[in-house]
Design a protein around this ligand. Structure first.
Ligand code: PLP
Length: 454
């Protein structure tokens, strides 16, 4: 049987400085020279070479709030988005559990893009065949990347909000015992990766900024993996508000709304199984077109941002850092800073899952739709979308009654896939999530043991 190249433990992904120095040095070099060298598994981390969380604090002349908006940058992960983290965590846990065997199993990755890119990349590095199941109307750059990493594509009709079709297709393919799904919407390694690695990195990211605490964390759920960072943030800063963002056009969590939208990676018309509803305080809605036009402003609007008072170097530094969902997360962060009346001591943390490299076609489409995107238009957009953001469409989910609506949504979404009412009830308890989180240590021990060949 082929040998699996084991990568880092959860602890090493959070603290890459604890990786054996020769492996860390090799990994950092491979990042620059050969992205398909399996040593790159050791680059799955939010931290840079110096051990600092990769982030940007947005200029206040752009956000229009006194609060510090801290954006963690996912584009520096191998394969270009942080979704490679849950892909690796799910595959490595499957290897540890003996459920996924090299040379024997084909990996299925249901996705709307980034998770699929992560799965195809990880499978390339770890020697598995992969099939990515995704809608046929996502941005062209996503399919190109998946093909480049050698996975096969199995396309279902539709766009972002038709992700349930990819799940149904995955359940069909799963009937073949050769196939093993990395089910990001259902499996706990996604939760563990984000609560442990992303959550603790977020806590580190605010050190030395404002009061060094997190007042609010915003994340637009796709699989609702990233928002699990909020569970850890709340443990350390109990006052922190955790906010799920949705497209205004597809407000499933907020009020059961459903519709097509343009924010790839989020707003999948469901409450995912791994979403810990207990810790979600608010749901806020962001218009999809604001997210796309906002991306055009940060990408091509350095001159107009400078006219609005942003330092030119800071305005230029925004280029290439974000994708559409990153802007959605930023707009949600600004909206919540106003709503919660946060001041200069307060930090709102959010995430840019990926960078601009997978969105040129989206901006091209925007330009074709609007025809005029000269500087005077971008200036109006910068003012209207960022500086004049309102505090409407924020739903308070802190009461038991409001949470019940989300529990019901989860049941509606997951009973049809064979999950029992008992299991879903267990998910209402904090003990469920704590015991899942505690498994990080046990998996780390096993990864380290298997890696050393013992
Ligand atoms: C671009 C983008 N943004 C946001 C998300 C949502 O992240 P999560 O699945 O962790 O909720 C995804 C998920 O694939 C994504 O691809």
């Amino acid at each position: 049987m082929a040998k699996v190249p084991f990568g880092p433990t959860y602890h090493e992904m959070l603290y890459p400085e604890t990786i054996a120095p020769e492996i860390r040095a090799k990994a950092l070099k491979a990042k620059e020279t050969n992205e398909l060298d399996s040593i790159n598994l050791f680059n799955i981390t939010w931290k840079d070479e110096k051990g600092e969380v990769r982030k940007i604090v947005l200029p206040k002349e752009l956000t229009g709030t006194e609060a510090n908006i801290v954006v963690m940058l996912g584009k520096y992960f191998p394969s270009g988005s942080h979704k490679v983290g849950p892909a690796y965590a799910t595959l490595i846990e499957g290897c540890v559990d003996g459920e996924i065997l090299p040379g024997e199993h084909t990996i299925l990755g249901p996705s709307t893009g980034n998770f699929g890119i992560g799965v195809s990349y990880i499978c390339n590095l770890m020697g598995y065949e992969a099939v990515v199941i995704m809608p046929d109307n996502m941005s062209k750059e996503r399919y190109d990347r998946i093909r480049k990493y050698g996975a096969k594509l199995d396309l279902t009709p539709g766009t972002e909000s038709d992700v349930i079709l990819t799940l149904q297709r995955t359940y069909e393919l799963k009937k073949n015992p050769k196939n093993r799904p990395l089910a990001q919407f259902e499996l706990m390694p996604n939760y563990r990766f984000h609560r442990y690695v992303t959550g603790n990195s977020a806590i580190e990211a605010v050190k030395g900024i404002g009061n060094s605490r997190v007042a609010c964390f915003t994340s637009a759920p796709g699989s609702a993996g990233t928002i699990a960072a909020g569970d850890q943030i709340k443990k350390v800063f109990p006052e922190a508000k955790i906010v799920a963002l949705e497209p205004y056009e597809c407000s499933t969590l907020a009020d059961g709304g459903r519709g097509q939208h343009r924010i790839e990676g989020i707003g999948d018309k469901m409450c995912t199984l791994i979403h810990n509803i207990n810790t979600t305080d608010f749901v806020a809605l962001i218009s999809d077109d604001d997210a796309v036009r906002g991306l055009k402003v940060t990408q091509d609007g350095a001159e107009v941002l400078a006219e609005l008072g942003v330092m030119k170097t800071q305005a230029l530094a925004l280029k290439n850092l974000f994708g559409v969902s990153g802007i959605c997360n930023i707009l949600g962060a600004i909206k919540m800073a106003h709503y919660l009346k946060l001041g200069p001591d307060d930090n709102v943390v959010t995430i840019a899952t990926d960078g601009f490299d997978r969105y040129p076609s989206v901006i091209e489409e925007l330009e074709n739709r609007y025809l005029e995107t000269e500087n005077y238009v971008l200036k109006r957009w910068a003012r209207d979308i960022f500086l004049k953001i309102d505090t409407e469409n924020i739903y308070d989910f802190r009461s038991a009654k409001a949470k019940e609506q989300l529990y019901q949504q989860k049941e509606k979404d997951w009973l049809p896939f064979g999950y029992s009412k008992e299991y879903l009830s267990l998910m209402r308890t904090e003990e469920f999530w704590e015991s899942e989180y505690e498994k990080v240590e046990q998996y780390d021990r096993e990864i380290a043991r298997l890696r050393s060949g013992v």
